[in-house]
Ligand binder design. Sequence first.
Ligand SMILES: *Cc1c(COP(=O)(O)O)cnc(C)c1O
Length: 490
Amino acid sequence: MNKQDQPLIFEYTRPGRVGYSLPELDVPAADVHEFIQDDYIRDESPDWPEVSELQIMRHYTALSKRNHGVDSGFYPLGSCTMKYNPKVNEVIARMPGLSHIHPYQDEETVQGALEMMYRLQQNLSEITGMDEVTLQPAAGAHGEWTGLSIIRAYHESNGDFNRTKVIVPDSAHGTNPASATVAGFETVTVKSNEQGLVDLEDLKRVVDENTAALMLTNPNTLGLFEKDILEVAAIVHEAGGKLYYDGANMNAIMGVTRPGDMGFDVVHLNLHKTFTGPHGGGGPGSGPVGVKQELVKFLPKPVLVKKDDLYTFDYDRPESIGRVKPFYGNFGINVRAYSYIRTMGPIGLAQVSKDAVLNANYLMRRLEPYFDLPFDQHCKHEFVLSGKRQKKQGARTLDMAKRMLDFGYHPPTIYFPTIVDECLMIEPTETESKETLDEFVDTLIQIVREVEENPEIVQEAPHHTVVGRLDETRAARQPVLRYERPKQEV
Ligand SMILES: *Cc1c(COP(=O)(O)O)cnc(C)c1O
């Protein structure tokens, strides 16, 4: 039986079959009408499947095998840092002293948890070169919005109400212009030059007295280090703007260099990328924000402080932008990140960055003969290729990505950044072995040969997955989220 044909649980249902055994009720039955308004109570019981324990186990196990995750195979999704999530982090996050506490508990009873948060803030300040960090934001985009709100509060506190524009490069991650817009700014695009870096002449042209900030990631989304970063910072600062660092992908520079030393004023990090929080299933994430001293008073409150050997939340922050999340951030993800940082230590973190860069350059140079390489200089943690050559031969980048699924790989990011035609954006991360990288290269070479000799195989891929080629637009616009039981034959 192949995966497609595996029946779902509903087809095994038999009236009266149960997957549990409970003792008989020996107390008076509760009346639901006492707890729930009548309009919310069903007239009939739902159409639950009636199956045995083993059948339900097999159902969920079969469903779990339809997913691709880092634990099942290579996942070189650029700009996402799909690295291995060490299991020791999971053990620590599940310790009762960390997982069974409640945010409404008195501070004295959770000093250990607060100390962990405090130390994590300090570690992240050190790693980014910032003066203070908040752990409240729940994800990268949320961190961007928080950081931009801090920048706005700063300008307004100077009586500077005309700084309405945020500059973003044309290669920026989509969340950058989106966050700037949600934070009430107008976005202005700065062009990349031939080498894929911020075009300094164009930057000088767009910067003016209305500039609130420049948002940048370094290395940028092409995987290239902005070598003129100090000059970029000087141009923006001279005009009175602030520098915002999108640190979602710190995997190339962690422990090697710091945004705080490059002239950035505000940083967000994605603990669910660089710092091994599991992600890809939609969360939870964690997007701490770090700031330089003159912005500290605007950080979201309450701020965790240490007073006479006690950790406590300070609410007395009159210039704070306010709370950006209920309670204190996604605590469980923060525990995992702290566990990771302490496991690796400073030397280990720097080694992570070096290995991530080495792996990316190795893949790039091995794949270079088979694809177009739009930017030839050494890359950082990721790189982009173009499938222009293959497109002429009849298979688009999308087709090649679908074909990779047949070989058990999650495809790289495709068609992003948009400034590269038929783009493939590959990020191997430091946790992959040379054997895995070599096998991936061999597979890509095979796919390139197929495009030359027999493009139909690639155009019609995938052939071996649970479902074939999807109409992705329809799947997004009209999702079918409900299982329809097949009509019974009479
Ligand atoms: C992933 C990513 C983000 C957004 O992070 P989320 O946690 O998904 O909101 C922002 N910028 C870059 C460069 C990213 O890779």
